[in-house]
Design a protein around this ligand. Sequence first.
Ligand code: B12
Length: 303
Amino acid sequence: MYTIKQAAARSGVTVELLRAWERRYRVVHPQRTPAGYRLYDDADVSRLQAVRRLLSEGWSAGNAAAAVREMDADEIGRLVAAPPGRVSGEATIEPEELIVAFVAAARAVDQAGMEEILDQAFAHGSFERVAEGLLMPMLTAIGDAWAAGQLEVGSEHLASQLMQRRLGMAFQAAGRPLPGDRPILVGLPAGARHELGALAFAVAARRAGLPVVFLGPDLPAGDWVAAARGVAARAAVIGVPTDTDAAQAVGVVQALADGMPDLVIALGGAGAGSAAAPGVLRLPSNLGPSVDLLTETLRRRGA
Ligand code: B12
């Protein structure tokens, strides 16, 4: 066992910092001597080294502590032993740790920390992989924490705003449709505001070369028809994020099918099953397969 001075020396942090991390972030839980002095063991020292390591890679203290709190001894050992510069890479920071750290940063309304974690998330591979493996699970974890009363509404709004901006940037970066391309409209029916899944799909579809126009949330059926007619759309993809959105989605499908019989109409999202109709394509929830299915359907129908 080590005194606070020894533990600080072994982990390479100052006594003041050690106390602050203990008090603010509960990184370590020292035992006490009968006289009340703190005593630290090797596991405490490793945890302190792990936090220090993440800080040196640019993490904020709160996020580093939250990530380390969720790690077991093996993970901490691997983190501490990793060569410099490797910590932010795929091999060492597991997606689960980024998700936990993102929720912790959101809870603390730490926007800079959340941005930092999203930067790291985007280093984890292709857009599709990051969106499905990290961004969407982060949102689900935020929703779960909110439902469990562990996170305020402001934190949840902050998280979805940040996600929306990132997805918007990815959408812009994926290239614009060429003039004259008959577009594929993607959007949500009246009343539906959970637009992030549909936006992620729109990004993936654009990246696959489809000329996507994203109409966004909350669009009434008549306006879908006006937009589709106005641009002679090839397809309309309607996001149905929850069962509650299904009735309005059915209205959009009917209005589009009546007004533009040759239009390819597709539904995607967790509520899509409740809005299913004959002749309407039901897209799977994964981004890659849903883009492939739409592309193949457009080709087959010569649309
Ligand atoms: C962010 C959020 C919001 C934001 C949305 C911001 C935005 N710009 O989108 C705001 C604050 C607006 C919001 C409002 C509300 N929300 Co909300 N929200 C969430 C939260 C935290 C994340 C949603 C999200 O983006 N998830 C990530 C998405 C993409 O995952 P997903 O929906 O499962 O989608 C997957 C697939 O289905 C697919 N997909 C989705 N859409 C599409 C579209 C296409 C075309 C394709 C191919 C695929 C696809 O992509 C994903 C792949 O994994 C969830 C929590 C959760 N567990 O999801 C609650 C949640 C969805 N909300 C909920 C509720 C109840 C509401 C409100 C009614 C709250 C209120 N009382 O006001 C309102 C309703 C708003 C409305 N009229 O639509 C409930 C829904 C319960 C239900 N099943 O009906 C949830 C589950 C929270 C909860 N635990 O209770 N919310």
